[in-house]
Design a protein. Sequence first.
Length: 167
Amino acid sequence: MITSASPTLVHALHSDGPAPDRADKMSLYGWLIGRWDMDAVIHMDDGAKHNGRGEIHFGWVLEGRAIQDVWSLPGIFYGTTLRIYDPQIDAWHILWIDPLRQFYTRQIGRARGRDIVQDGKDDTGADIRWSFTAITPDSFRWLGERSRDGGSSWELQAEFSARRVSA
Protein backbone atom coordinates (compact mmCIF):
# COMPACT_ATOMS: atom_id res chain seq x y z
CA MET A 1 0.00 0.00 0.00
CA ILE A 2 1.32 3.45 -0.88
CA THR A 3 0.82 6.13 1.74
CA SER A 4 1.51 9.83 1.62
CA ALA A 5 4.87 9.17 3.33
CA SER A 6 6.01 6.62 0.72
CA PRO A 7 7.10 9.03 -2.05
CA THR A 8 9.25 10.89 0.50
CA LEU A 9 10.92 7.65 1.61
CA VAL A 10 11.56 6.58 -1.97
CA HIS A 11 13.02 10.00 -2.80
CA ALA A 12 15.23 9.94 0.33
CA LEU A 13 16.43 6.37 -0.28
CA HIS A 14 17.08 6.25 -4.03
CA SER A 15 19.86 8.08 -5.89
CA ASP A 16 20.50 8.75 -9.56
CA GLY A 17 24.08 7.48 -9.45
CA PRO A 18 27.17 6.97 -7.32
CA ALA A 19 28.47 9.59 -4.90
CA PRO A 20 31.17 11.65 -6.69
CA ASP A 21 33.72 11.15 -3.89
CA ARG A 22 33.80 7.38 -4.48
CA ALA A 23 32.38 6.85 -7.96
CA ASP A 24 35.44 4.90 -9.15
CA LYS A 25 35.18 2.37 -6.30
CA MET A 26 31.41 2.02 -6.73
CA SER A 27 31.92 0.41 -10.12
CA LEU A 28 32.70 -2.98 -8.52
CA TYR A 29 28.96 -3.49 -8.05
CA GLY A 30 27.66 -0.50 -10.04
CA TRP A 31 27.48 -2.46 -13.29
CA LEU A 32 24.62 -4.44 -11.71
CA ILE A 33 22.23 -1.47 -11.59
CA GLY A 34 18.97 -2.46 -13.27
CA ARG A 35 16.66 -5.45 -13.49
CA TRP A 36 17.74 -9.06 -13.97
CA ASP A 37 15.90 -12.35 -14.51
CA MET A 38 17.44 -15.46 -12.98
CA ASP A 39 17.28 -19.21 -13.13
CA ALA A 40 18.05 -20.77 -9.76
CA VAL A 41 19.13 -24.11 -8.37
CA ILE A 42 19.01 -24.42 -4.59
CA HIS A 43 20.95 -27.38 -3.15
CA MET A 44 19.43 -28.68 0.07
CA ASP A 45 21.44 -30.36 2.84
CA ASP A 46 19.65 -33.67 2.13
CA GLY A 47 20.82 -33.65 -1.51
CA ALA A 48 17.51 -32.49 -2.98
CA LYS A 49 17.53 -29.65 -5.51
CA HIS A 50 14.93 -26.95 -6.02
CA ASN A 51 14.79 -25.22 -9.40
CA GLY A 52 13.06 -21.91 -9.94
CA ARG A 53 12.91 -18.60 -11.73
CA GLY A 54 13.08 -15.23 -10.10
CA GLU A 55 14.22 -11.67 -10.50
CA ILE A 56 16.71 -9.23 -9.04
CA HIS A 57 16.54 -5.43 -8.94
CA PHE A 58 19.65 -3.30 -8.19
CA GLY A 59 19.66 0.45 -7.52
CA TRP A 60 21.71 3.32 -6.11
CA VAL A 61 20.69 4.38 -2.58
CA LEU A 62 21.79 6.59 0.34
CA GLU A 63 23.09 9.50 -1.75
CA GLY A 64 24.93 7.06 -4.02
CA ARG A 65 27.08 5.68 -1.20
CA ALA A 66 25.46 2.24 -1.35
CA ILE A 67 23.74 -0.17 -3.69
CA GLN A 68 20.60 -1.97 -2.63
CA ASP A 69 19.14 -4.97 -4.37
CA VAL A 70 16.04 -7.11 -3.97
CA TRP A 71 16.21 -10.83 -4.83
CA SER A 72 12.94 -12.71 -5.29
CA LEU A 73 12.62 -16.45 -5.83
CA PRO A 74 8.93 -17.20 -5.23
CA GLY A 75 8.34 -19.74 -2.46
CA ILE A 76 12.06 -19.93 -1.58
CA PHE A 77 13.25 -16.47 -0.51
CA TYR A 78 12.53 -12.76 -0.77
CA GLY A 79 15.26 -10.52 0.53
CA THR A 80 17.40 -7.46 0.14
CA THR A 81 21.10 -6.70 0.19
CA LEU A 82 22.72 -3.44 1.18
CA ARG A 83 26.22 -3.07 -0.32
CA ILE A 84 28.27 -0.24 1.19
CA TYR A 85 31.78 0.68 0.09
CA ASP A 86 34.14 1.40 3.03
CA PRO A 87 37.18 3.48 2.05
CA GLN A 88 38.91 2.61 5.36
CA ILE A 89 39.25 -1.07 4.38
CA ASP A 90 38.93 -0.62 0.58
CA ALA A 91 36.16 -3.24 0.55
CA TRP A 92 32.41 -3.53 0.77
CA HIS A 93 30.18 -4.33 3.74
CA ILE A 94 27.45 -6.68 2.55
CA LEU A 95 24.27 -7.01 4.62
CA TRP A 96 21.70 -9.62 3.48
CA ILE A 97 18.21 -9.66 4.98
CA ASP A 98 15.59 -12.31 4.17
CA PRO A 99 12.49 -11.75 6.32
CA LEU A 100 10.69 -14.69 4.64
CA ARG A 101 13.23 -17.23 5.97
CA GLN A 102 14.46 -15.06 8.86
CA PHE A 103 18.03 -15.34 7.56
CA TYR A 104 20.49 -12.49 8.06
CA THR A 105 24.17 -12.35 7.27
CA ARG A 106 27.06 -9.93 7.01
CA GLN A 107 30.00 -10.31 4.64
CA ILE A 108 32.96 -8.42 3.21
CA GLY A 109 33.06 -8.14 -0.58
CA ARG A 110 36.09 -7.59 -2.82
CA ALA A 111 37.24 -8.19 -6.36
CA ARG A 112 39.14 -11.44 -6.71
CA GLY A 113 40.53 -11.64 -10.21
CA ARG A 114 37.59 -11.23 -12.58
CA ASP A 115 35.09 -12.30 -9.90
CA ILE A 116 33.51 -10.54 -6.94
CA VAL A 117 33.73 -12.61 -3.76
CA GLN A 118 31.91 -11.99 -0.49
CA ASP A 119 33.17 -13.80 2.61
CA GLY A 120 31.43 -14.18 5.95
CA LYS A 121 29.91 -16.62 8.42
CA ASP A 122 26.40 -17.99 8.75
CA ASP A 123 24.45 -18.19 11.99
CA THR A 124 26.07 -21.54 12.86
CA GLY A 125 29.57 -20.05 12.52
CA ALA A 126 30.29 -21.88 9.25
CA ASP A 127 32.22 -19.95 6.59
CA ILE A 128 30.15 -18.74 3.66
CA ARG A 129 31.32 -17.47 0.32
CA TRP A 130 29.01 -15.79 -2.17
CA SER A 131 30.56 -15.09 -5.58
CA PHE A 132 29.67 -13.31 -8.79
CA THR A 133 31.43 -15.20 -11.60
CA ALA A 134 31.30 -15.39 -15.40
CA ILE A 135 30.55 -11.67 -15.38
CA THR A 136 29.57 -9.92 -18.62
CA PRO A 137 27.67 -6.62 -19.02
CA ASP A 138 24.41 -8.58 -19.48
CA SER A 139 24.86 -11.77 -17.46
CA PHE A 140 26.50 -13.32 -14.43
CA ARG A 141 26.60 -16.52 -12.44
CA TRP A 142 26.15 -16.26 -8.68
CA LEU A 143 27.31 -19.05 -6.36
CA GLY A 144 26.50 -19.48 -2.68
CA GLU A 145 28.85 -21.86 -0.87
CA ARG A 146 29.40 -23.02 2.71
CA SER A 147 32.40 -24.58 4.44
CA ARG A 148 32.03 -26.43 7.71
CA ASP A 149 35.76 -27.18 8.00
CA GLY A 150 37.34 -23.72 8.04
CA GLY A 151 37.58 -23.38 4.26
CA SER A 152 39.28 -26.69 3.44
CA SER A 153 36.27 -27.80 1.40
CA TRP A 154 33.18 -26.02 0.10
CA GLU A 155 29.66 -27.24 -0.60
CA LEU A 156 27.45 -25.53 -3.15
CA GLN A 157 24.19 -24.25 -1.62
CA ALA A 158 22.81 -22.11 -4.45
CA GLU A 159 23.59 -21.11 -8.00
CA PHE A 160 21.89 -18.46 -10.09
CA SER A 161 22.27 -17.66 -13.76
CA ALA A 162 21.16 -14.07 -14.29
CA ARG A 163 20.38 -12.15 -17.47
CA ARG A 164 19.89 -8.40 -17.71
CA VAL A 165 16.38 -7.28 -18.67
CA SER A 166 16.42 -4.41 -21.17
CA ALA A 167 14.84 -1.19 -19.94
